[in-house]
Design a protein around this ligand. Structure first.
Ligand SMILES: NC(=O)c1ccc[n+]([C@@H]2O[C@H](COP(=O)([O-])OP(=O)(O)OC[C@H]3O[C@@H](n4cnc5c(N)ncnc54)[C@H](O)[C@@H]3O)[C@@H](O)[C@H]2O)c1
Length: 319
């Protein structure tokens, strides 16, 4: 019999809403739409259970996880009219390092800690990583803050026999993968890049936060565009992230590429991409959770190379 994965989530925002709802939808209907790996290391999408959840907003604390995911400022839509309660009551998250031991005790029994709080708060990310270490759980950092790409943290998880995956997700079909694929295609076809940029606009709380506090995110987005030879071309730019409330959970991205072809003639390419941003995260998070749990059970520790295509800033990329 399959042993279900026990996951604790940190941050009950839009990405967790999309993840919780997507798993419930799959369980209820068997739908495989948008699922990259129906079974990964023997674990199905429906084999992921939530066992703990942490939030800081007083409205979410004390609620069942299923109720908390619909509270503002979350604005990812409801995918189905019926959604079962998870039986997990949202607990108070940590706001300073003094609370690490309490949170570690509350993580007892979790195999994987999924860190999905706002990006740009490195000390908080590391405090939760410390709690995961103390609790003996694998840690997945979905934020752009440096944890897995800091050698000391990687060594500590490896020494403790625990997987550490991060940093920052590459959305399932987002600006990074599309932009990277187009730049690679250009090079493969022998064209010369003149200039390229991407613009990302969205209406989620994540976009609001990143529009004000984007330092680690912009570097992480550049890391995701790193070329095969390890260099990020200075001809590729990422515009500051823009928050437009009326877009709600949609992300609208524009990618422009100017290039030269045979005989130094010009080529110009413009792409507009519109997606639900939280689903881009959930669609890869479901795989990262199963990679981390499977590795933990097999006694594999530290960073796991099979996670690299799902991450913007794996170990070795710039901080
Ligand atoms: N496609 C994507 O959406 C995508 C891609 C890559 C990375 N990410 C990253 O994933 C993370 C989650 O994204 P989101 O859209 O769900 O963000 P969100 O802002 O909707 O959710 C974050 C939640 O964490 C809570 N929080 C803040 N401090 C906390 C603390 N100390 N303890 C516990 N909870 C705390 C916030 O109140 C909020 O509810 C962000 O860091 C984002 O940058 C998202």
């Amino acid at each position: 019999m399959i042993k279900r994965v026990k996951v604790a989530v940190v941050g009950v925002g839009n990405n967790i809403s999309s993840l919780v709802q997507g798993i419930a939808l799959h369980r209820a209907t068997g739908s495989l739409v948008g699922i990259r790996r129906p079974v990964l290391d023997g674990l199905g999408v429906g084999d992921v259970d939530f066992v703990a959840a942490f939030a800081t907003s007083p409205e979410k604390i004390g609620k069942d996880l299923t109720e908390a995911i619909f509270l503002p400022p979350n604005n990812f839509p409801r995918l189905a009219s019926e959604l079962p309660l998870t039986g997990v009551t949202v607990r108070r998250g940590l706001t300073d390092a003094a609370e690490v031991e309490r949170v570690a005790a509350e993580l007892a029994g979790a195999e994987v800690v999924l860190y999905a709080a706002p990006s740009g708060r490195q000390e908080t990310a590391r405090a939760y990583a410390e709690a995961a270490l103390q609790a003996g759980a694998a840690f997945i950092n979905t934020t752009s803050d440096a944890v897995a790409r800091d050698r000391q943290w990687l060594d500590r998880f490896a020494a403790a026999g625990l997987p550490l995956l991060g940093d920052d997700l590459t959305s399932q079909f987002g600006t990074s993968v599309v932009h990277h694929a187009l730049l690679r295609l250009l090079a493969e076809r022998g064209l010369t890049l003149v200039s390229s940029y991407q613009v990302n606009l969205g209406g989620t709380e994540d976009f609001r936060n990143l529009a004000e506090n984007s330092t680690t995110k912009l570097q992480s987005k550049l890391n995701a565009l790193t070329t095969a030879d390890g260099s990020t071309s200075d001809r590729v730019q990422v515009a500051p992230i823009g928050y437009l409330a009326h877009l709600k959970s949609h992300k609208v991205a524009h990618i422009n590429i100017e290039a030269q072809a045979w005989g130094a003639t010009s080529v110009s390419l413009d792409v507009k991409l519109k997606v639900h941003d939280p689903s881009g995260a959930a669609g890869v998070t479901i795989d990262l959770i199963r990679i981390a749990a499977s590795a933990l059970r097999q006694g594999r520790a530290g960073y796991l190379a099979e996670a690299t295509p799902l991450l913007k800033s794996p170990p070795g990329t710039a901080i």
